[in-house]
Design a protein around this ligand. Structure first.
Ligand code: ADP
Ligand code: MG
Length: 231
């Protein structure tokens, strides 16, 4: 795919192993993986202009080739409801980042549509030296981090395998709806798994891919954060 090849080639030339969120999400879009709307701002005025175009509330995130885990350095502020909030968050994020990582090269600030909270899932891919790319699926937050409730398949996967991955995690009943959470759009997750499988099969230089989290709704889903690491 044209855009994906171009971005991977560019990262390779610049000897970067880690793609920026803007790059990873552009690749996702080319592969039909839904992501939150975003624009890269270079200054406060631009951030406000983009926030108005996208529509409040928005999220602001640091974009830096030196920062992989953005919230660890205070690089993410969510739920900004007006221009003033965007201006303050812009200043605050720069301050946080300078304090944690004074030398980080800053590309700009990502202004992003705020995805309403919903059931969070994770889709990942990791390249095994022997078996090649494998896909991972799990529910977000404690399910992955504490309970390690995840499942794997060697890529490429079929639609049936994608469905199996979703139903075999222990937390699966939560996707069928509980208390005030509506049932999640399983077909949307299946499509994301299949498209991710295509992506990692097409580009074997991808060592790790992380869509974490993806908010899943009654209809559709939205990837809120995307990370791609190259060999
Ligand atoms: P990182 O994983 O690099 O620390 P994320 O982009 O995942 O940064 O942001 C941290 C958290 O902020 C996410 O796990 C999610 O809960 C929340 N978040 C980030 N972007 C959005 C968004 N566009 N809409 C809603 N919540 C978001
Ligand atoms: Mg994340």
């Amino acid at each position: 795919m044209k855009e994906t090849s171009h971005l991977l080639c560019q990262a390779h030339k610049e000897k970067r192993k880690y793609l920026l969120e803007t790059e990873a999400k552009t690749i996702c879009m080319e592969y039909g993986i839904p992501v939150t709307k975003f624009k890269l701002a270079k200054n406060e005025a631009e951030a406000i202009k983009f926030a108005e175009e996208i529509g409040y509330p928005v999220v602001l995130k640091i974009v830096s080739p030196d920062i992989i885990h953005k919230s660890d350095v205070g690089g993410v502020i969510v739920n900004l409801k007006d221009a003033n909030a965007v201006r303050n968050a812009y200043k605050q994020i720069l301050k946080n980042v300078r304090r944690h990582k004074a030398k980080a090269k800053i590309v700009g600030m990502l202004v992003q549509e705020m995805a309403p909270f919903s059931t969070e899932v994770i889709v990942g891919a990791i390249k095994d030296p022997q078996f090649g790319p494998a896909l991972m699926f799990g529910l977000g937050g404690i399910f992955v981090e504490v309970l390690k409730d995840v499942t794997f398949r060697i890529a490429p996967i079929t639609e049936d395998e994608a469905r199996e991955m979703i139903t075999e995690v222990k937390a699966y009943p939560l996707l069928k709806g509980y208390r005030n959470m509506p049932p999640a759009d399983i077909d949307a997750i299946v499509q994301i798994l299949l498209n991710t499988s295509r992506l990692v099969m097409d580009y074997q230089e991808i060592k790790e891919l992380d869509l974490n989290p993806i908010m899943v709704y009654e209809k559709g889903a939205k990837t809120v954060d995307a990370r791609i690491i190259l060999e």
